[in-house]
Design a protein around this ligand. Sequence first.
Ligand SMILES: Nc1ncnc2c1ncn2[C@@H]1O[C@H](COP(=O)(O)OP(=O)(O)O)[C@@H](O)[C@H]1O
Ligand SMILES: N[C@@H](CCC(=O)OP(=O)(O)O)C(=O)O
Length: 269
Amino acid sequence: MERKELLKNSKRLVIKVGTSSLVLPNSEINLRAIDQLAFTLSSLRQAGYEVILVSSGAIGVGMKLLGLDKRPETIAKQQAIAAIGQAELIKIYTQRFASYHQQSAQVLLTRDVTDFPTSRQNVINTFEELLTMGVIPIVNENDSVSVDELDHLTKFGDNDQLSAIVSNLAQADLLLMLSDIDGFYNDNPHTNPEATLYSHITEITTTMEKAAGDKGSVFGTGGMMSKLKAAKRVLDSQSQMILASGKDPAILFDILEGKEIGTLFSNEC
Ligand SMILES: Nc1ncnc2c1ncn2[C@@H]1O[C@H](COP(=O)(O)OP(=O)(O)O)[C@@H](O)[C@H]1O
Ligand SMILES: N[C@@H](CCC(=O)OP(=O)(O)O)C(=O)O
């Protein structure tokens, strides 16, 4: 089946952007990318799509505000930095979305909230209400309070997993994962120039898992393996995901028109 055909009923979208798309290599906030993202998502909303944004960047933006060039070791410091960065990140998003006449909202989640049935249902209800109101929810992990303890695990792991969980909660038709790379290759293209791009994957195989290497930037936590894990969640819930470059967010217009961009993960073939 053609890409266009596979995507034709995709109305409810979750878009995930990683830190590498939001923070420049020199640690400055990538205001151009945030503005273009706000423009693109506002346009899609106005064209009738329902849009949820899962945005990383709290720690990256917090580091920039404090003038740090590497992540502090202690959890307490990382959580404090996330609190600083998240507030600034949302301030920038709110301003940029408002300039395109688009209302946005902040939803911060921890894993226990999405695992426990009553609070899970409340999250689902919140997404439904916001989408009905035409609002774009901006979701991140509540990094400042989430913990990774054996008897009390409230972290998602990373935002790739969070975006797949949000897609599932909101019953999204399509997860658009924007990364610093234009798709999934049979080897890391940064170390192997011969690597070739997968354009459509129906099933995650062990060969693919072996080809998925580590993350490419100092700010993020995901890496390609984490994107494959997210894709597996999406395929297991009979939904679809596209991994593509976040360099120019306007790429989303072309993707939704069905152009062969990035890697499509879909059970349908
Ligand atoms: N097989 C692969 N295909 C594509 N990228 C890969 C692969 N293996 C490892 N990578 C690395 O994964 C990076 C993308 O993951 P990550 O750094 O987590 O991105 P982001 O911060 O955008 O979420 C790429 O830039 C690349 O260095
Ligand atoms: N919640 C963290 C993001 C963690 C994460 O997964 O980052 P990334 O790999 O850049 O998507 C933050 O906002 O800094």
